[in-house]
Design a protein around this ligand. Sequence first.
Ligand code: SAJ
Length: 431
Amino acid sequence: MSGKNKITIFGLGHIGLPTASLFANSGYHVFGIGRDKDKLNLISKGISPIDEPGLPKLVKTAIKSGNLSVSYDEVWAVKNSNVMIIVVPTPIDETKRADLMAVKEACETVSQGLKKDDLVIVESTVPQGTCDNIVIPILEKSGLKAGEDFSVAYTPERAIPNNTIYEMTHNARVIGGFDKKSTDRAVDLYRNITEGEVIKVKNIITAETVKLIENTYRDANIALSNEIAMICEELDVDAIEAIQVANHHPRVNLHIPGPGVGGHCLAIDPYFIVETAEEKGIKVPLISTARNINEGMPNHVIKIITDTLGKVGRDINGSDMGLLGVAYKGNVADARETPAKALINILKEKGARVYASDPHTPKKVIKRLGAEPADIEKVLNCDCVVLITDHDEYKDIKPEMVKSPIFICTRPILNPDDFENSGIIFRGIGR
Ligand code: SAJ
């Protein structure tokens, strides 16, 4: 194989597609592998199926240059590459344990085409020890030995949705290899797509750990703020004001309370640590409790709704509820693990009609979540409005636009003072 490495990337999702496009645009030939035929079709035409700033242009350029191509023959792609990157989803199952099926399948495929001197990189978020205990044994079914015959490294992606391209090319990248050669090869590779610092860690499991503890820190921090918010509500203290002022302390960085923690990362990754701890017979009550607090926030929102409706002599049963936003966070379309889902379910169980509007999330996703897609005017006309997602579009909502007697703002993007004397009951989380 002459010239630059050829790369096969397993997974063309929120992280895989930008990664594939960045490598392709820096001169590598990249074969992209995915499961969703419709999305692959779009990608092969140069169209990004993912709504992420800057990504459509990257994909278009990569496909047009001929450097990125979608491959349907996975083993062929591996045989014709010398670097394989695995960046497939790792969800949790009903028992909150890691579902590593996609990682295992990708490794099985790689093992069928693996050659001497290849480099295999895992980017998917995985429980600690997965690469050593699961990935490498599957790769070695090829008859080749890790370290001796091929290299293996783990490097987690740490870019945030809605700023993925910038963060992918500027954030520090953490790399842990099976041995020094593996680490160095992975470092050399990623230096082609990032201007950020590349940090080598001792080994693969350290890199796996770094990824999990970052998201677990954030989840636990938000849980702490949510708990503070709930006590502040009882005391009539504005938790948002208190938290913002506390954050002026040079060593305090509390996150913002909200209706629950969604997305494919914070709501999942802490469970990977819980699972490993259970296997080792260790208790991690803080991490588990943080998850419970955050998963319980939709119920807390229901309590606020019930109390407030009670003040105007109504009940959830028989009321029209209008939801602003279903995405898991502001300015993204993604509704995976969104707290809106639990909220919609509970409201419907309690006999409400639920209307939802979202400027980013497609109507079919709103329907799938169980709400009736509606325009913003309809939502603001319901018996009770609940703002769930902090989309920028909602920052301009003025009391005159709200025809409902109740506005519950679960994100601190509107000022309660603006609603004073409006005749609208304004409630928020922690205020
Ligand atoms: N949230 C709050 N309060 C906050 C911050 C967030 O309630 O103060 C909620 C959000 O509304 C959302 C959830 O938490 O529902 C997660 O949002 P997020 O913006 O914290 O994070 P993600 O899931 O979009 O991305 C995270 C990032 N991790 C960290 O910041 C440590 C990102 O850098 C990772 O790459 C990503 O997880 C991932 O892929 O793991």
